[in-house]
Design a protein around this ligand. Sequence first.
Ligand code: MN
Length: 412
Amino acid sequence: MTRFAWGVATDVGRVRQANEDAVLADDAVFAVADGMGGHRGGEIASQLAVDTLRDTFTVPSTDALVESVQDANDALFDRAGDDPDLQGMGTTLCAMALVDGDGRDLIGVVNVGDSRLYLLNDGELRQITEDHSLVATLERQGRLTRAEAAVHPQRNILTRALGIDSKVMVDSWEVLPVAGDRYLICSDGLFNELDDARIAATLRKLADPGEAARELVRLALEAGGRDNVTCVVVDVVDDDGRDPDVVYEAEPQPDPPPPADPPPTSTEPVPIGGPVRHRRSFTWRVALFVLIVLVIAGAAVGAIYYAGTNTFYVGFSGEQVTIYRGRPGGVLWIQPTIAEVTSITRVDVPSSRVSELEKGKDEASLDDARSYVSRLQEQIDQLRPSTTTTAPPTTSTTASAAIQAATDESTP
Ligand code: MN
């Protein structure tokens, strides 16, 4: 029988007023959610996400885990629709759970947003999940290095979060539990303060998962503590005496390798412990949804619609700095919609900028709006008596050039 030992630590940090991270650690389900939104929206969003996950995840399968994340998205979207104070609230959600894979224990992993799941295997740390952030996208395209992404002024822009839209795309993986493996689920408040080497060293040093989680949080506070920070450390303490190599050959693969051959060298991140299947939930529901959207868009498109949606502005959604598509106040029947969320809150914003953000700062394109957020973040970084992570000027120039290059290619 697969068994886990785990430890949890969370802290509001040294700058924020409230802890908008939420955490779930049960016998077989572990999750971290990092909320955003004003009027306590961030706290409500992250707590609602982990509560919904805990309550709806009853069948131990990865598909059920993905469904639970969709349920959490529904719960947030409905709640935000009912309460104007909570409009625009959202959250990340990163979770792992023990699931049944055709009679064999597996670890199902799901992720939306930029919280992370790491695996420490044989002393080596690797990130299993992919961040849904603008800088991570640029990093995957080879336009930014990991070090540049870590200090990039646009690192706060998320490309996916729960509660923003009626449907959400959920990434999922399956990993084989192997005794001795250690998992870490954390919010960005950890890895924005500590690099991977520091995280790995701490996870190697402290055998007790609770001690390791508390030490990671302590180090993040010491490095600046500019955000809420949350860590769940999960150790696989019993895997039923499984031999990973034997199981690997017996494991049915989505693309079966040629029978007599050893497992092919991986193209997807494969923890040494066993096979990983990385799936994105492009279900028929998503396909249908896309079709419906296309039909509606085809019927409704017109000059006014164009005028109302082909422009962007940056404003507050509650307490949260947010990029909107549309015009402040809307154009005729077309209300502005959220294009991208950021984790910059009103308390972070220099007072000189507050009134223009309250009115809504018009920008001609999404890239212009992102640049505005970028400048805002740079201004915040400069105002703060920073202890460690400040981008040297050369890095900033490289990063801006990379963004510019991305812009040039994506716009005809
Ligand atoms: Mn955060």
